[in-house]
Design a protein around this ligand. Structure first.
Ligand code: GLN
Length: 484
């Protein structure tokens, strides 16, 4: 097997058994990146020198017998994570030359385990998008078929795993940005419960919804990555101080007697036929493995997209006010202060970001605040209550991740509403604040991957990982590789 195709656990075994060094593995990954990047474009910045230095340090650590599961493993992370001394753009022109003075906690935790950073991955600008087309650094392409989008906003994070440009990656998910690209690129992606992973040093889009999570080749790797980044951080007051389970040790518990809910609002008649076939087959597989299915209802699902686009844009309009040309990144030439602010923001932000700042500012403005923002918060509570009620009867829920497989580049870029609807099955989970995972469950007629979503109770990551692992062991979807 090629080194660059290995999982974390396979590469860890090879490193520990001294069959390969981290410098060799990192070199293989960097060569792989050079050879496929012209077609895929997953990276905004590649950091070869730092990567090789970190790999050499990891090799010394391994030689001393200090070999954590992630020691010496070459990873890459979305360009939304601050990385000390390494350019961090968040996919925006406004941060084109921004070099952060400190790193995100989640990356610090991986680095502390001895992981190697290969570089920073492409994404929609400020994580606003479902296709990677809003990035100021070009559109990442889907490794399964480069005419198609990889999904978004963590499109580079999913494409890099699918194209074997990194062993695993980190992304962020505000309304589906880990799960939808994982589904479109055929990898495993997990959005943890709000508060499970620190958001410190993650460039904020919508602070009440954003969460950090892994994208990996299989469920065991996902458990490893989550275990490494989860936990309380005193630098993020929304991170929760509950114990982090050993996600890896309970993976093999199986699904016998597990109660899986099928929310009827997610199996609508408009669902793509290929997606429906994959869901039916997955349900069959779980039945065979001994799980029980229960019909449940999430009655306010219809309002989720509208609610999300009020809350997320309101928070974004406030979060993005800090990019004023004074403190960060791009500053325009101008006569006076006001003109400098206006020109810096006009030149620095792309159209989607401007659209959302305007929507959010409008929803928060006096006279409209109660009608839009406050109303959306009330509906959010109803959506949360839907989940609490449904979870009284079931352990997990099974749904599609997205209504279709990946679409073609350019297909929805001029129709924001259509683009927003790509996330109808992922957004409610963020509004409810709970956890969910996407895992490979089939292919469309056009040969593009289709993902299955397992939604867990708050802090129920262990259960969805177990259920995901059982499915993965019983199917072979995760073993297929893009032929890029
Ligand atoms: N596609 C959704 C949006 O554009 C979700 C993005 C995300 O999760 N960051 O807002």
């Amino acid at each position: 097997m090629n080194i660059f195709d290995m999982t974390i656990h396979a590469l860890h075994a090879a490193l520990k058994g001294k069959r390969v060094s981290s410098v060799e593995a990192t070199t293989a990954m960097l060569e792989r990146i050079s050879s496929v990047e012209p077609q895929v474009g997953s990276f905004i910045t590649v950091t070869p020198e730092q990567a090789l230095a970190a790999a050499a340090a990891a090799d010394q650590r391994i030689a001393r017998g200090d070999c954590d599961l992630l020691t010496g493993i070459p990873l890459a992370i979305k360009d939304i994570f601050l990385t000390e001394g390494v350019r961090t753009t968040c996919g925006s022109r406004i941060l084109d030359n921004f070099i952060p003075p400190y790193s995100a906690t989640s990356w610090e935790m991986l680095r502390g385990c001895g992981a190697v950073l290969l570089g920073k991955l492409n994404q929609d600008e400020f994580a606003m998008g479902s296709s990677n087309e809003s990035s100021a650094y070009g559109t990442t392409r889907n490794p399964w078929n480069t005419d198609y989008i990889p999904g978004g906003s963590s499109g580079g994070s999913a494409a890099a795993v699918a194209a074997s440009e990194a062993v695993a990656t980190l992304g962020t998910d505000t309304g589906g940005s880990i799960r939808q690209p994982a589904s479109h690129c055929g990898c495993v992606g997990l959005k943890p419960t709000y508060g499970r992973v620190s958001r410190y040093g993650v460039i904020a889009y919508a602070s009440s919804l954003d969460q950090v999570g892994p994208l990996t080749r299989d469920v065991a790797d996902c458990a490893t990555m989550l275990g490494a980044i989860a936990g309380h951080d005193h630098k993020d007051s929304t991170s929760v101080d509950t114990p982090v389970p050993d996600y890896s040790s309970s993976l093999t518990h199986g699904v016998k007697g597990l109660k899986i809910g099928l929310p009827k609002e997610y199996f609508i008649s408009g669902l793509d036929a290929d997606v429906q076939v994959a869901m039916d087959a997955a349900i069959e597989t779980y039945r065979r493995l001994g799980a029980e299915f229960v019909d449940v209802s999430l009655p306010h699902t219809d309002y989720a997209v509208a609610t999300y686009y009020l809350i997320a844009t309101a928070e974004a309009s406030s979060n993005l006010a800090r990019y004023d040309g004074v403190r960060f990144g791009h500053r325009a030439e101008a006569e006076g202060l006001l003109e400098m602010y206006t020109k810096s923001r006009s030149e620095g932000f792309g159209v989607e970001v401007k659209r959302r700042i305007m929507l959010g500012t409008y929803a928060l403005s006096s006279g409209y605040y109660d009608a839009y923002y406050v109303k959306a918060q009330k509906v959010r509570t109803l959506i949360m209550n839907d989940f609490t009620t449904a979870f009284a009867d079931v352990d997990v829920m099974l749904t599609p991740v997205a209504p279709t497989a990946a679409f073609k580049i350019g297909e929805k870029v001029n129709d924001p509403l259509q683009m927003y609807l790509s996330d109808i099955f992922t957004i409610p989970v963020n509004l409810a604040g709970t956890c969910a995972m996407s895992l490979p469950a089939g292919f469309s007629a056009a040969g593009l991957p289709i993902g299955l979503q397992l939604i867990g109770k708050p802090f129920g990551e262990e259960t969805i990982l177990q259920a995901g692992y059982a499915f993965e062991q019983a199917t072979e979807w995760h073993t297929r590789k893009a032929t890029i």
